[in-house]
Design a protein around this ligand. Structure first.
Ligand code: NAD
Length: 283
């Protein structure tokens, strides 16, 4: 199992991974972040043992695992730098929310020692100070190997996440982007758009002074980090745009049923949606 783990991006996810990894396999963790304050906080909180703002200094730590935990559009430039500063045996993986062609680009740069992954766990809070040791316990972890992934690389990462307490599931990188484009990226897009709409409707009265329970529940995720979400939307743009288009047609059908006073159609639309939501085993 891994003994020396380098986490690139000592934020909420990188920090949570560092804590979980240390507890599961007792490894040493070295952090790299462009923000020196994140490294300082990470050290103070005992999340990382050492840290550096210089990506190239990763070679001094001689890691046997590098985990990428920065916003997804930084992965390629980071991989271009680290590829010459880690050993051939060093495994590289990631925690990014987008896979698809990004996985193939990283594989081109890093070779068969790279395997993509996405822990299906998180919150709207960013920053290492919000890290949670048990974030991944009992949660799904999607591993996205390709036909080129080294068998040993895949098994080692699978084993690590199983020890952390996650439920590992394999998925094709492009299927991953369709699935999470719909169940994760679309709801975030809608939540951000709702905030924008309410702001535009607040010209005369500050509507944010009257948040109901529905508004609170629905918009929690709109408080997520803008840079992280900009990167997710742009990196998975094809699937996100398709999902937004389908959503807009659903919203238009709802609007037309309301505008036309179509009582039966409206009841049926709401009844189907409500029954589906209640049938799901999620709270
Ligand atoms: P975060 O903002 O808490 O942490 C990101 C960290 O990366 C910050 O400390 C930032 O300073 C650092 N960083 C940014 N660019 C960098 C660069 N070029 N080099 C080095 N460091 C850099 O964000 P997070 O929530 O931890 O998200 C990190 C990754 O995890 C993203 O790829 C995201 O898609 C993925 N993810 C997030 C969640 C979630 O719920 N937050 C869930 C699953 C996956």
């Amino acid at each position: 199992m891994f003994k020396r783990v380098a986490v690139v991006g000592v934020g909420f996810m990188g920090g949570s991974f560092a804590l979980a990894c240390r507890e599961a396999i007792g490894c040493e963790v070295f952090g790299i972040d462009i923000n020196p304050q994140a490294l300082e906080k990470g050290k103070q909180l005992g999340v990382i043992q050492e840290g550096s703002t210089d990506l190239k200094s990763i070679s001094l730590f001689e890691p046997d695992l590098v985990m990428l935990a920065t916003p997804v559009r930084t992965f390629v430039p980071i991989a271009e730098v680290i590829k010459d500063h880690i050993s051939k045996e060093c495994v590289v993986s990631d925690l990014g929310s987008v896979k698809g062609r990004l996985v193939y680009r990283l594989e081109e740069i890093l070779g068969e020692r790279f395997v993509g992954g996405h822990p299906i766990a998180g919150t709207e809070k960013a920053g290492v100070e919000n890290s949670l040791k048990d974030l991944f316990r009992g949660k799904r972890f999607i591993l996205t190997p390709t036909e080129k992934t080294h068998r040993e690389t895949k098994e080692k990462i699978k084993d690590l996440w199983t020890k952390i307490g996650s439920l590992v599931e394999e998925m094709d990188p492009y299927v991953h982007d369709f699935v999470f484009g719909v169940v994760s990226h679309l709801p975030h897009a809608v939540a951000f758009a709702l905030m924008d709409a309410v702001e535009r409707l607040s010209k005369e009265i500050d509507l944010f002074r009257y948040p109901g329970g529905g508004f609170r529940d629905f918009t929690r995720i709109a408080g997520s980090d803008p840079v992280m979400w900009r990167d997710i939307f742009l990196e998975n743009s094809q699937e996100v745009v398709k999902a937004i288009e389908v959503f807009m047609s659903s919203l238009q059908r709802l609007r037309e049923a309301i505008r036309g006073g179509k009582e039966e159609e409206l009841t049926e639309y709401l009844r189907k949606a409500s029954a589906k939501r209640r049938s799901l085993e999620i709270s």
